[in-house]
Write a protein of this length. Structure first.
Lengths: 340, 308
């Protein structure tokens, strides 16, 4: 399979008054052509920062890309001049944001906001751009596209606005679509519709999608591969099957356990992951999950785990996967107290 | 419908202002002929009072006044006995309006530019420089700036006339002196508004579309950031074009501003009333136009929904 985008050893810091926040630490992943890769993780785990780095959207006054490469079809996006990157942005790589209520310009007609990208990238006339924009409005399932073209964002509901965002993102037929929690701000019923629309359009246009979410249900339904992020680190990556059937990282286990089981007939409590993520001003030198991990061993606190390859597509950063490590149940049986 | 409603409100506002001015004016001790009282015989004073209806009860004076006002007759001036208030406004307003308009354009063009640039270079050298300029503009009063301008541009370098009214060159220095304060205020408004807008999510969307920085600022930034500035333009415009006493005094410009002030010292009732009402009409009309322009700038603002 042909690789479309490859992120390697990416490290991003933020300069704040309190010191440097290490938001993304040694993150590597790739996405193949017309594939859906889900990046999951809780708030603050660095998902958004990672993808905004790809798009060059980080505020450079505070963000500091310390290390790493982002190769898109062989060229390193981090080394491109601003002008060259702009040619890719919105045409080859585009993005949908989390909050459709604030992501559209309130004083500009919906149609112009869709046509804008077409005019810049395809160098077509305003009239042609309008025609294509109306087609896009139709394509994302908004009724009365001609009238809707001349309306403003406040005349649209949240779900409709997200459809408009999708129309903007897909207008130039990008090869890679980055969707940063595209359904988080929407009603549950609308979430399903918007996701379905994205998948449908993906099939039509053969676009690869990086889907950022913290909804594992969405991941199971849509993604082909998954990367699990925690405290700025990708702790496990694999195909959807591998992650859901055979997870190899305690954090992933925790995520799986915390999914509510609707089929169950007995009353059960949700199982949360105890504790909270580490302080990224001074991340732990060992595994970032160790302080919350039931299976943590001494080495976990001292050393960042290696990236253990489980299969050619599956790897996890956890010492439990080492040959010399006892298996998880044995660690648990030793009765090591977590917060000693 | 909205416009009609607004029109009646405007008439009402002007009537309230006229009444208030009338009442307050009558509360000031003394009358227009107080300084003549020692020299002139009693009959002459009484005749003069009669000429200006000052001998009648206040209620009658008020009714007579409003009647004249409705027919757009602002009455005779008491101080300059040959001219009517209408004459004074007609001759004094054009120079004041010209100066005011020039100052406003200067203030807007350079104020907005300065504000936008400062916002784009937020917390960097250019930003600090722009804000230092703005603070200087706000804190140096025009009666200090004007003599400085005269000293350098007229006396030392001889580029512009020192004072008086005539050619285009005569308008340059007073316009500059008038513009400095509003320019600084516009710059500060625009800067803070623009900083906020440039952090908005839709700017990120525009960035992700591949727009250049200039494209983002022009197409998505300015229109969203300009509203606070527009609301400031209303009163500013009215006060600038109706003349400013200080600048007109310094540059010896035959504008309307000095009548405004002189009339109060002279208890020249018709001129006080006339200039006040003229000022309020301009202000009220400007505010009305500004309200309409809000709607043009921001489609979310509805002109009807919250009225009534």
């Amino acid at each position: 399979m042909e690789q479309l985008l490859e992120v390697k050893n990416l490290e991003v810091n933020f300069r704040t008054y309190g010191g440097e926040v290490k938001a993304v630490r040694d993150v590597s992943f790739h996405i193949n052509k017309s594939e859906i890769l889900a990046i999951v993780g809780e708030s603050g785990s660095g998902k958004s920062v990672t993808v905004q780095t790809i798009m060059g959207l980080l505020p450079m006054s505070v963000a500091d890309i310390k290390n790493g490469t982002i190769h898109y079809k062989g060229q390193n996006l981090l080394e491109l001049k601003k002008r060259e990157l702009r040619k890719l942005k919105g045409s080859k790589i585009s993005m949908i944001f989390q909050d459709p209520m604030t992501s559209l310009n309130p004083t500009m007609k919906i149609g112009s906001q869709i046509a804008e990208g077409l005019i810049i990238h395809q160098k077509i006339s305003k009239r042609d751009a309008k025609e294509q924009a109306i087609n896009m409005i139709k394509l994302v399932g908004i009724p009365n596209p001609e009238q809707r073209y001349d309306q403003y964002p406040h005349e649209f509901s949240g779900g409709m606005r997200q459809r408009v965002m999708i129309a903007i993102a897909l207008a130039c037929r990008p090869e890679l679509l980055i969707a940063d929690e595209p359904t988080t701000a929407l009603d549950v019923t609308i979430q399903a519709q918007v996701l379905k629309l994205m998948i449908e359009l993906k099939e039509k246009t053969d676009t690869a999608i990086i889907l950022i979410t913290h909804d594992l249900g969405v991941v199971a339904e849509t993604a082909e591969r998954v990367a699990v992020m925690y405290a700025g680190v990708i702790v496990e990556t694999g195909t959807v099957h591998e992650i859901f059937e055979n997870p190899k990282h305690p954090y992933t286990w925790g995520l799986m356990e915390s999914i509510p089981d609707f089929m169950s007939t007995t009353k059960e409590r949700l199982i949360p992951i105890e504790g909270s993520p580490p302080d990224l001003f001074a991340p732990p030198k060992g595994c970032p999950f160790a302080p919350r991990c039931k299976y943590a061993m001494d080495i976990c606190v001292d050393q960042m785990p290696l990236d253990y390859e489980i299969s050619s597509s599956h790897s996890a950063k956890c010492w439990l996967n080492d040959e010399q490590s006892p298996n998880a149940d044995e660690v648990l049986a030793l009765g090591r107290s977590l917060y000693e | 419908m909205y416009i009609l409603k607004r029109f009646f409100t405007m008439i009402l506002t002007i009537w309230v202002i006229a009444t208030l001015t009338f009442v307050m004016m009558k509360f000031i001790p003394g009358d227009p002929f107080a300084s003549d009282a020692d020299v002139l015989p009693e009959e002459v004073l009484n005749n003069m009072r009669a000429k200006y209806n000052l001998d009648k009860p206040i209620a009658v004076q008020y009714v007579l006044y409003i009647k004249d006002l409705v027919s757009l007759d602002l009455g005779p001036s008491i101080q300059s006995r040959t001219r009517s208030v209408n004459d004074i406004i007609l001759s004094g307003f054009p120079p004041s309006a010209l100066l005011g308009a020039q100052a406003l354009v200067l203030a807007l063009v350079f104020g907005l530019l300065l504000g936008i640039i400062a916002a784009l270079y937020h917390n960097r050298f250019i930003d600090y420089l722009a804000m230092i300029i703005a603070i200087i503009g706000i804190s140096i009063p025009s009666f200090i700036l004007a003599p400085l301008l005269i000293k350098f541009f007229s006396v030392e370098w001889g580029l512009f006339p020192v004072a008086t009214w005539g050619t285009w060159k005569h308008t340059v220095l007073p316009s500059l002196a008038l513009a400095s304060m509003p320019l600084a205020v516009v710059a500060r408004f625009m800067r803070s508004s623009m900083i906020e807008v440039m952090n908005a999510n839709y700017i990120k969307t525009a960035d992700a579309k591949g727009l250049s920085t200039a494209g983002i600022v022009i197409k998505h930034g300015i229109r969203n950031a300009i509203l606070p500035v527009v609301s400031f333009i209303g009163p500013l415009f009215a006060s600038l074009i109706t003349g400013t006493f200080v600048i007109e005094k310094i540059f010896a410009i035959p504008g309307i501003g000095r009548y405004f002030v002189d009339s109060i010292f002279n208890r020249d009732y018709p001129v006080i009333m006339g200039t006040t009402i003229f000022f309020s009409v301009i202000l009220v009309v400007t505010l009305f136009l500004i309200d309409i322009s809000y709607r043009l700038i921001d489609p979310r603002i509805s002109l009807t929904s919250k009225e009534g």
